[in-house]
Design a binder for this molecule. Structure first.
Ligand SMILES: [Zn+2]
Length: 125
């Protein structure tokens, strides 16, 4: 356990738990993406004869594109977090190097910034 010796014992996040959370979420998102892709493809098929239904189809199509973008962005974050787990840098802020609080990582396992840096980034937007 010398690898994480610089971290205080009680502040240490269970990395196995974090990995499990991330992999679970990744599986969920991949499934969702598959469903979205199936829906999107379905849009290219001839539209249903019913006009009302047609309008719904088009609306859903636009929502699906936004959703797809969201899912892909989150998947990317999760991949990065899993990479950090492998590198042994998981739980460290990628900006300032501080340890990200366990509470924040539990709520957002793929958080790459500590709360201070995240707030600073939000404020800069
Ligand atoms: Zn930071």
């Amino acid at each position: 356990m010398t690898r994480f010796a610089h971290q205080r014992e009680e502040a240490e996040l269970n990395l196995d738990d974090a990995r499990e959370l991330l992999e679970q979420r990744r599986a969920e998102l991949r499934e969702r993406r598959t469903r979205i892709e199936r829906h999107t493809r379905h849009r290219d098929e001839p539209l249903p004869p019913d006009f009302a239904e047609q309008a719904v189809e088009l609306e859903n199509g636009e929502t699906l594109v936004a959703l797809d973008r969201e899912v892909n962005a989150e998947l990317k974050e999760i991949e990065r977090a899993l990479k950090r787990l492998e590198d042994g840098t998981f739980g460290e802020c990628t900006k300032c190097g501080e340890t990200i609080s366990e509470g924040r990582l539990t709520a957002l396992p793929y958080a790459s910034l500590c709360i201070d840096c995240a707030n600073a980034t939000d404020a800069a937007r």
